[in-house]
Design a protein around this ligand. Structure first.
Ligand code: DOR
Length: 440
């Protein structure tokens, strides 16, 4: 047998662009490209399909361990592979927070044998562990430090300049940041504290809240000579600012912020549109697209936050913030491709090459000889409707319920294992920890 798997006759997205041909896989790696002769244990017929490098989601919340939330690493990653995602980076705002060696090791132990995707975990920054982050960020299976400058779900918070500077001084890898100014959030909390309509969410957590934090972050990062990755950017004003700091700052945007807009989203979805930072008016959505097309945006993540219907039914602001998303990112973004908002080449740049470059992922994010045989096989012409009953997350809902899309993930292949095909799970959870160039 020459190969373990041959993917035959697809349009394959190589670094040179789309090319008609085959992919040969041996020992989990890409071993041949072009016209691949020889036999294989398994052949995947990719005629009329497009073979993309595996899509990576660098921001998910699966909440394991923790008694308060229902998602876990199995159900979270199951949703991921059904949605065409091959690798996830999981956030540290769990209960208790992921801030220690033991907590990271515990997550890796729980993921092994249960995760459908490959995975890595962020270590959460806090004033207590700030001086140890240089050690913690180098643990196997750790994708780096996550710092919350504004409070969101959970208790992780590094609010003031002095502690932000301490975090930025500790260690060398890129620091990933939730950028909202917590002092301003606290000052304005009275606006909603006694109960308010959820459409007040972007008034409380306003544009200035985001801009002020990102300004502070960029100044402190420059002073510390430290790279930062700014998550879920939502405002036109921040994009202008970030465009002036591309030497040190990478940028993530979310499908939610690119697709939905206030006030309509709150009228239609109520608390199911509530997230941090908030979904804002169309002017900001348009600015995110302009920044995406100008290259200011480096990647797309989901910020998958699996709050249950019961939790979302609480009156605002007691309703928790966050939307599910790990399963819907690929179809929603392929639909934007079909509607001409971005090219498929840019989709690949944002979903695979981008995260690989930002985090220095070893051997992923590219269809090239010697790389991991990770593929998201898509049908660009498939017309489907996203529905709640398709969602594997235990939360069981998506803000995109009822949305008709063109473009759908047909198969998810991880290191040569076909783990999803035609909406069905195959094989078993074979996910393993991602390796990073800086900590090989
Ligand atoms: O809306 C959000 N929910 N934003 C975040 O940053 C955190 C997330 C969560 O963990 O629920």
């Amino acid at each position: 047998m020459n190969f373990d798997l041959i993917i035959r006759g697809g349009t394959v997205f190589t670094p040179g662009g789309p090319a008609q041909g085959d992919v040969g896989v041996r020992n989990g790696k890409i071993a041949a490209l072009g016209v691949v002769n020889g036999d294989a244990a398994e052949v995947y017929d990719a005629r009329n399909l497009t073979v993309l490098p595996g899509c990576i989601d660098e921001q998910v919340h699966f909440r394991e361990p923790g008694p308060t939330h229902k998602e876990d690493l199995e159900s979270g990653t199951r949703g991921a592979v059904l949605g065409g995602i091959v690798t996830v980076f999981e956030m540290p705002n769990t209960d208790p927070s992921t801030t220690t060696v033991e907590a990271i090791n515990d997550k890796i132990r729980r993921a092994t044998g249960r995760a459908w995707t490959d995975f890595a975990f962020y270590v959460g920054a806090s004033p207590e562990n700030a001086d140890e982050l240089g050690m913690l960020e180098r643990l196997p299976g750790c994708c780096g430090v996550k710092m919350f400058m504004g409070s969101s779900t959970g208790t992780l918070l590094v609010a003031d300049d002095e502690n932000v500077a301490r975090v930025l001084k500790s260690g060398t890898r890129r620091v990933t940041v939730h950028s909202e100014d917590d002092m301003r959030l606290q000052e304005r909390a009275a606006m909603v504290a006694g109960g308010a309509d959820v459409s007040m969410h972007p008034e409380w957590r306003d544009v200035e809240t985001a801009v002020r934090s990102t300004q502070r972050l960029l100044a402190l990062a420059r002073a510390a000579h430290r790279r930062v990755h700014v998550l879920h950017v939502t405002t036109a004003e921040e994009m202008e600012l970030l465009a002036q700091h591309k030497d040190i700052a990478t940028v993530e945007v979310l499908p939610q912020h690119l697709t939905l807009a206030a006030p309509e989203c709150y009228q239609k979805l109520g608390t199911y549109a509530q997230m941090n930072p908030p979904i804002r008016e169309a002017r900001h959505r348009d600015a995110l697209w302009a920044a995406l097309n100008a290259g200011v945006v480096d990647c797309i993540g989901s910020d998958h936050a699996p709050h249950t219907r019961e939790e979302k039914a609480r009156p605002y602001p007691r309703s928790p913030s966050g939307l599910t998303g790990v399963q819907t990112t690929v179809p929603v973004m392929l639909n934007h491709v079909a509607e001409g908002r971005l090219t498929l080449q840019r989709f690949v740049d944002l979903m695979s090459a981008g995260p690989a470059r930002i985090f220095g992922i070893a051997g992923k994010g590219r269809v090239a000889l010697g790389y991991d045989a990770d593929f998201t096989v898509v049908d660009l012409k498939a017309e489907r409707t996203i529905t709640n009953d398709w969602i594997a997350s235990r939360a069981g809902w998506t803000a995109f319920d009822g949305m008709s899309v063109t473009g759908w993930p047909k198969a998810t292949i991880i290191r040569g294992h076909v783990v999803m095909r035609d909406d069905e799970l195959l094989n078993k959870p074979i996910g393993t920890a991602v390796r990073f160039q800086e900590t090989l």
